[in-house]
Design a binder for this molecule. Structure first.
Ligand SMILES: Cc1cc2nc3c(=O)[nH]c(=O)nc-3n(C[C@H](O)[C@H](O)[C@H](O)COP(=O)(O)OP(=O)(O)OC[C@H]3O[C@@H](n4cnc5c(N)ncnc54)[C@H](O)[C@@H]3O)c2cc1C
Length: 493
């Protein structure tokens, strides 16, 4: 132990990763989590024989998680059992076309032909994606770059131009892929960060490589086993965990943060505070910052939210794969409606998970449990939608799924659970019910998020989807590791 006390506010994956990494560096770490269990958006619902991942259902880049275990001389496989999923995604279109994504080049080429796309176009797109990934990964991801100056120093002008800065993500897709099917599918990789392919920068096309080079993974028994595995590691490292312990205030004095106050009125002193509560709500609600600071953060607009619908069925739909996408017939309009007009989309692209295709333990025999997730706008507090609005939208989603092949879906529902953006905000304290932190938008923030170290209080750090490199499980875990590095090097100075 180095004698320094760190308080982590929140036990989302970013908070857990920071807590573990700091404990490994000898800090005395305590986590205060407002909910009754750890994991934040990595969440589970068990009911009537079904197990649903309420949050993430796709694990990518497991090597980033593995580092947390390696640093303690352990193996992740002893804590978290993972396996690959085939196909990666099954994609359904309104005209009846069905195309799978598969990392095997020959199988992918066959799927491209089925969609009328020259397989060579897909190969060239994946090469373009791969180059972008290597570029983005070297600095932005692995070095944890946070500022324009750090970017300039690491990349220099020559490499900066290779980011394909003058195109949107869709522009990068369209340059390589000619059919509407393949364009819609590769545009929808933007789902991993809850943004729009038409408004995010082209370098977001690096995301296809995350799946095609490093594969797509499932955790046996459901993804919440990631949280359980990390909890075991934290226990072994002596990280203290206070559940049902909401932080309501952060104390400050002479330009430093000093302590936290929990809902029961207790004050806890710390040398360093790491907030896994998002940057904007933390500054506003815990630190009561003035309008000048809050205004400077407006460019970090929240990502989209979602309607999170779980259905227990009394039958199986054999045409489904583990991960399925039911595409909007007008995907450009879908993105514009959600991200510019901020309205519920009349014809959304729908993500649907049937984990029972890989793991029979998550549904009763002969039945499917479905998680259905259309992306919808974050909350507009000036004109909030009602639960009735969201329920009418839910009905529209179910009608679309029935039209696209899930015949009589509504007649086979024996269990239902549904969260709107208001439930998401209430549950995780996220900004306006966002599900991936900050939106990636080339005009608003060029896909950059807030920095990990507070610009106002040097001993206050942030971790999770609202800071660089942003949302998604592997990114927030990487963020936690980079926060620990930042804390250590700041402390040495
Ligand atoms: C429906 C859904 C589907 C998703 N699908 C995927 C996917 O398939 N793959 C993927 O990689 N990612 C996915 N994501 C995104 C991923 O879940 C998140 O990016 C990631 O888990 C967020 O981690 P975080 O560190 O930002 O913390 P969060 O998960 O946001 O957790 C923050 C924690 O802080 C706590 N907290 C907040 N305020 C306070 C306070 N004042 N006091 C104490 N505690 C507080 C909250 O209760 C919460 O536990 C999905 C998210 C959702 C919601």
């Amino acid at each position: 132990m180095n004698g320094k006390r760190v308080i982590v506010i929140g036990s989302g994956l970013g908070g857990l990763s920071a807590a573990i990494s700091l404990a490994q560096e000898g800090y005395e770490v305590t986590i205060h989590e407002k909910n009754a269990k750890i994991g934040g958006k990595l969440n589970v619902l068990k009911a009537e024989g079904y197990t649903f991942d309420l949050g993430p259902s796709i694990l990518t880049l497991p090597h980033i998680f593995e580092r947390l275990f390696e640093r303690s001389g352990k193996k992740m496989s002893d804590y978290i059992p993972i396996r690959t999923v085939r196909p990666h995604w099954r994609n359904f279109f309104e005209d009846g076309t069905v195309v799978d994504l598969d990392p095997d080049p020959d199988r992918m080429a066959a799927q491209a032909r089925k969609a009328g796309e020259n397989p060579e176009n897909v190969r060239r797109f994946l090469k373009y994606s791969s180059n972008l990934y290597d570029l983005v990964n070297a600095g932005y991801f692995e070095q944890g770059l946070d500022t324009a100056a750090a970017f300039r120093d690491f990349y220099g002008l020559g490499k900066f131009l290779k980011f394909d800065l003058f195109r949107s993500m869709h522009g990068g897709v369209k340059r390589h892929l000619k059919t509407r099917y393949m364009q819609d599918i590769f545009d929808y990789f933007i789902k991993y960060v809850g943004s729009s392919a038409y408004h995010s920068p082209a370098f977001m096309n690096c995301m296809a490589t995350i799946q095609f080079r490093y594969d797509l993974w499932y955790v046996d028994g459901g993804l919440y086993h990631i949280a359980l595995g990390l909890q075991r590691l934290m226990d072994e490292l002596g990280v203290k965990l206070c559940l049902n312990s909401e932080v309501v205030e952060v104390g400050k004095e002479n330009g430093r943060v000093t302590d936290i106050v929990t809902r029961d009125g207790t004050r806890h002193v710390a040398d360093i505070i790491v907030s896994n509560m998002e940057v904007i709500p933390a500054y506003e609600k815990l630190l009561h910052e003035d309008e000048i600071l809050m205004k400077s953060l407006e460019r970090f607009e929240p990502s989209c939210s979602g309607l999170v619908l779980e259905l227990g069925l009394d039958r199986k739909y054999p045409q489904l794969a583990h991960h399925n996408f039911f595409f909007s017939d007008r995907q450009k309009e879908h993105f514009h409606t959600v991200f510019r007009k901020r309205l519920l989309p009349p014809d959304p692209t729908i993500y649907l998970v049937a984990a029972s295709k890989t793991d029979p333990t998550v549904a009763p025999a002969g039945c499917d449990g479905l998680k259905i997730l259309p992306h919808i706008p974050h909350i507009d507090d000036a004109k909030p939608l009602t639960r009735e609005d969201y329920m009418a939208f839910k009905e529209q989603v179910l009608v679309k799924l029935e039209r696209m092949g899930l015949t009589d879906l509504r007649k086979h529902v024996v269990f239902e659970h549904c969260w709107t953006p208001h439930d998401i905000r209430e549950q995780y304290g996220s900004n306006k019910g966002s599900i991936y932190g900050v939106v990636s938008d080339r005009f608003k923030n060029l896909a950059f998020k807030a920095p990990k170290q507070s610009t106002k209080y040097p001993n206050l750090f942030f971790v999770g989807g609202s800071v660089n490199p942003g949302g998604g499980m592997p990114m927030v875990v990487l963020c936690g590791q980079n926060v620990a590095k930042n804390v250590v090097s700041w402390n040495r100075r």
